[in-house]
Design a protein around this ligand. Structure first.
Ligand code: PAF
Length: 281
């Protein structure tokens, strides 16, 4: 497995691969790899000749310095996992290489970033869209793989790709959960045993929503209130938002007519977790 740090070198390699007719797949990551990432890598491998994983903790998408500092890092472990998952090439640039002095070009996706994560983490999606646009122009992938756990992120990236005519297909893969329902996240390593138990309330509340919709409930607000009660029973939990919204526009819904997205962000102690469910799946 090759490790490339320089964007120019990565671009040259990508050009060569494309000239040779090779299909390139990209799994963008910030490291701290878990089985969710590995599911993206497996799909990437099955659909491309060369699988590239980018590993870059993007400072631009952290709206709080403390969050950036607390973000788990395990370069050695990540490289082992990537190699075992069949990644051919790791693009691991430095901050200096990605954002050299004088850098001043950003990508902003407007409407889709107003609510939910965009509201609670100002500047977050500007950071995500900018880095993903850069990764796509550096790695030149035919396909790039994202997880549904970051649902809003995936929508934002899809919109950006369409709006900028970026020549890449976005593939979104289902959420991977632990057997007890906790959605895999790099941040889970920061949870104590007690916090991890409290964190199960996120999945419990989404399962409740699914059950209510299946039972014929159409009042979205009533379901969201029920979800809130489930989570707020946990003394360690503090809700940022719980919403029922349109799966494409992310606008909140009062009534459930067709497919809907339940999405939430909750602090468990000092760890902020997000989760969601598309219903019906
Ligand atoms: O989902 C993530 O890990 C990050 O937001 C991404 C897509 C790698 C961009 O930094």
């Amino acid at each position: 497995m090759e490790i490339v740090e320089q964007p120019e070198l990565m671009q040259d390699l990508a050009d060569r691969l494309r000239r040779e007719g090779k299909q390139i797949g990209l799994v963008p990551t910030m490291g701290a790899l878990h089985d969710g990432h590995l599911s993206l890598m497996r799909r990437c491998r099955s659909e491309n000749d060369t699988s590239v994983m980018s590993l870059f903790v993007n400072p631009l998408q952290f709206n709080q310095k403390s969050d950036l500092a607390a973000y788990p890092r395990d370069l050695e472990g990540d490289l082992k996992k990537a190699e075992a998952a069949g990644v051919d090439l790791v693009f691991a640039p430095t901050e200096q290489a990605m954002y050299p002095e004088g850098f001043q070009t950003f990508v902003t996706v407007e409407e889709l970033t107003r609510r939910w994560e965009g509201e609670f983490r100002p500047g977050h999606f500007r950071g995500v869209a900018t880095v993903v646009a850069k990764l796509c122009t550096i790695v030149k992938p035919h396909r790039a793989y994202f997880g549904q756990k970051d649902y809003q992120q995936a929508l934002v990236v899809e919109r950006m790709v369409r709006d900028l005519y970026l020549d890449v297909e976005i593939v979104v893969m289902p959420i991977v959960r632990d057997p007890d329902g906790l959605a895999l996240s790099s941040r889970n390593v920061n949870l104590s045993i007690e916090e991890r138990k409290a964190a199960l309330s996120l999945h419990r509340s989404l399962a409740f929503a699914e059950e209510r919709v299946r039972a014929g409930e159409r009042d979205a607000k009533a379901i969201v209130e029920g979800m809130r009660r489930i989570i707020e029973r946990e003394p360690l939990a503090r809700v940022d938002y719980i919403a029922c919204c349109h799966p494409e526009t992310l606008e909140p819904l009062d009534r459930i007519g067709g497919r809907v997205l339940f999405t939430l962000a909750v602090w468990i102690g000092k760890t902020r977790l997000i989760d969601n469910a598309l219903i019906p799946r």
